[in-house]
Design a protein around this ligand. Sequence first.
Ligand code: ZN
Length: 388
Amino acid sequence: MNLTVRGIGRLLTMTAGVHHDAALVVRHGRVAWAGPGRDLPAGAPEQVLEAGGACVVPGFVDAHTHLVYAGVRRDEFVARLAGESYDGGGIRTTVEATRAASTELLVDLAAQRASSALAHGTTTMEVKTGYGLSPEHELRLLDAVRELAGRTPIHVEPTYLGAHVVPAGADRRTYVAEVIATIPEAARRGARWCDVFCDRGVFTVDEARQILLAARESGLGLRLHAEEIAPTGAAGLAAELGCASADHLEHVTPADARAMASAGVVGVLLPTVTLSLRSQAWGHAAVLREAGVELALATDCNPGTSWCESMPFAIQLACLAMGLSVEEAFRAATRGAASSLRLADRGHLGPGAAGDLVVLDAEHEADIVAHLGAAAVGRTVVGGVPVG
Ligand SMILES: [Zn+2]
């Protein structure tokens, strides 16, 4: 739609630097113009959003979520507070609850989470399956992701994650074969990406390679849960296959990080997981930065290890715990995350980009990092339409 945003104190375009006392014009859902307010072109749209001197940034791109699920993992969380560690096993708890839920309920629950994300400034979101773990249930979850995409203003990127864990009681070779056999139908049902949880106790590097090569045959883009629980060489696999992203990366080695950088694999940081797991693994961001890996940020929204729909909270942790600068964190939450999804027209406010933006509840983006526990977002705009 058409919209003029006026009275922007600071406008972070992510392509053309920062404009002060700025304005921005969206036409037909796309950025048509951005610059100093005094240069606002004549004939700008009459529909006006007054930013009141606030800072405006591109809509946040959440590059990694498991939004479609039912049930809660309260017991596991409480046990973790009492000192138990995470081994990926809690995923099966969510699988049981998700299989038992109707598709309608799953879409309703996911839509509620999406509206929370929207209120926190997310305008593009990757959404994985992975709590079905049988061809029938995984494909049903893809249907749910597609329905979700029709119900939220957020742009949704669907990912098939049949290889989340080996289901309880299943033979792993048979299951890997089943995951691979389901890929073509997953692509027909709208999956754009394929992901594998490649880690100790989950899927091996060899299994992940087989699955991702099959996914590439079906035209899917590749992502990888890598090096979260233990070092396995998964990040090296992501580089070998030229995955669009490798995510988590707590245990990435400097050599694998360099391989990722040369292969153009974006490193997706998930600091809310580190917080929720109480693992205190914050150092990998510096390893990735040192190697020259492009960084992205995401919430990993899921019921077990990161119950969070807030990109501003991920930004805060990325800065305060992982040591990113404010500029690096905002870039990772917008441009970097869009890059991990190969979306050239998102995560920035250059001409032609999606008219997705966030009016922060602050005059400077650094205040969002400094002001703990506060609402960070004043308004969220998607395609030139104020939605939250
Ligand atoms: Zn995940």
